[in-house]
Design a protein around this ligand. Structure first.
Ligand code: HAM
Length: 414
């Protein structure tokens, strides 16, 4: 028998494990800054935990769960997502006494999908949840957090935030009814796959990738017209806050998400560099889910991001070397250079100098090494008692006093 790994699974080692650890570290740092507590749950749960909440007609439940019968006739499932296990853990461990509960987790999920670039059968998710508040500021906090994490991990990638509101239960019941009616009148032009969803899950036709479905969906009823006053207010408040925070977003009225538990705010981050699996992160509100799972009637909201998809984008970003290069243009300034070296060492900033006393050669070396910055010491700098620091990624150049160098190099927006 030829030894092989299971299709859609991967061993993680070398550069990949470095990336994985870097992502985990950045996620944990951001989580602790915002007071989220980590939680780890088992990778399998009773199957019932998933089928109803995720939607009996959802792709995950219909086709993708790894379920098996245990020896004592219990049905178990490898977790396909983290939200329901986290809520289960919050309920069974009595964590819902002090609300809101802010939790996060990182770990493997399992879905039996057709493997392709960015889509695997075992993959890792980062997951954040806030349980117990209806406040739109929780939506803002989670979107801001996702934005910060993705910007830190992917400073150069072009990623787009899309948002939508699915309204409350009443909105969804009315909206689904009118969608079913609309799609029934256009049944002939719909794909086979979408025809099957007309009566069971018409929302999913809205995010079909089939060209004819897309064309028909363009003129379908829009959810916005069905939102209750309260749902509209929530959505408008969210949009104003995002504008205030200068977080760019697009409204996508066809954004419905693949799991059934969502209501009100839904959002996704997409990238054009991921091929057909272009969603990097997705989430939203699930105000009835905690009650459905046997907990109190409290709302919740969260998001999850696929670590492997983040890694794919990290690969396409040029690796930046954090070592700062120094261009000393003449031996006359040696003392001034020593003074800079002492400062850099004391502040634990790694630096490199090529012993060449030549501006051009120093720049060439810095570019080959993908250095982030170069510090220039020449006549002007020496006479004016400053240092010129050039950001080699943006081309921005600044004249700084020695005591400003550390903050400048550590300012991520520089
Ligand atoms: P989801 O959209 O099913 O949401 O998955 C979230 C992210 O997991 C996706 O955007 C993608 O990056 C990654 N992902 C999903 N399936 C795969 C796969 N087969 N291979 C690689 N990556 C994948 C959820 O799971 C919700 N629980 C998110 C959430 C949290 N909603 C509220 N709280």
């Amino acid at each position: 028998m030829k030894l092989r790994s299971v299709r859609g699974t991967h061993d993680i080692f070398g550069e990949k494990i470095e990336k994985f650890n870097r992502i985990s570290n950045i996620v944990s740092t951001n989580a602790h800054l915002k007071d989220f507590n980590e939680i780890q749950t088992p990778i399998f749960e009773f199957s019932d935990l998933f089928s109803k909440p995720l939607g009996e007609q959802s792709d995950v439940v219909l086709k993708e769960m790894y379920s098996f019968e245990d020896r004592n006739n219990e049905f178990l499932t490898l977790r396909p997502e983290y939200t329901t296990p986290m809520i289960r853990a919050a309920i069974t461990n009595n964590l819902l006494n002090d609300l809101p509960l802010k939790i996060f987790g990182i770990g493997p999920m399992f879905r039996r999908e057709r493997p392709q670039k960015g889509r695997y059968r075992q993959f890792n998710q980062i997951n954040f949840e806030i349980l117990g508040t209806k406040d739109f500021l929780a939506d803002v906090e989670l979107i801001l957090l996702s934005n910060n994490i993705l910007r830190q991990l992917l400073p150069k990638s072009n990623i787009r935030l899309q948002i939508n509101s699915l309204g409350d239960k009443k909105t969804l019941i009315n909206f689904k009814k009118s969608l079913t009616k609309y799609f029934n009148t256009h049944k002939k032009k719909l794909s086979e796959e979408s025809i099957k969803k007309i009566d069971t899950n018409p929302l999913r036709i809205l995010d079909s990738k089939n060209d004819e479905d897309i064309e028909i969906a363009k003129s379908s009823p829009k959810i916005y017209e069905y939102l209750t006053i309260e749902a509209k207010k929530h959505y408008e408040n969210l949009k104003s806050a995002l504008n205030l925070l200068e977080i760019n977003f697009e409204e996508n009225t066809n954004l419905v998400r693949g799991l059934d538990y969502y209501c009100n705010t839904v959002f996704e981050y997409k990238s054009d560099n991921l091929g057909s699996q272009d969603t990097l992160l997705g989430g939203g509100r699930y105000d009835g889910l905690i009650k459905l799972l046997g907990g109190p009637d409290i709302p919740g909201i969260g998001w999850a991001a696929g670590i492997e998809r983040i890694e794919l984008l990290m690969e396409s970003e040029k690796k930046i070397n954090s070592t700062v290069h120094i261009a000393l243009t003449n031996e006359k300034f040696t003392d001034y250079f020593l003074y800079l070296q002492k400062y850099l060492s004391e502040n634990r900033i790694s630096y490199y100098w090529n012993y060449k006393y030549n501006l051009k050669k120093s720049f060439t070396k810095a570019n080959i090494s993908s250095a982030s910055h170069i510090i220039i010491i020449g006549e002007n700098e020496y006479n004016g008692n400053f240092f010129t620091i050039k950001n080699l990624m943006t081309g921005e150049q600044k004249e700084l006093k020695l005591n400003q160098v550390f903050n400048h190099l550590n300012d991520k927006s520089r």
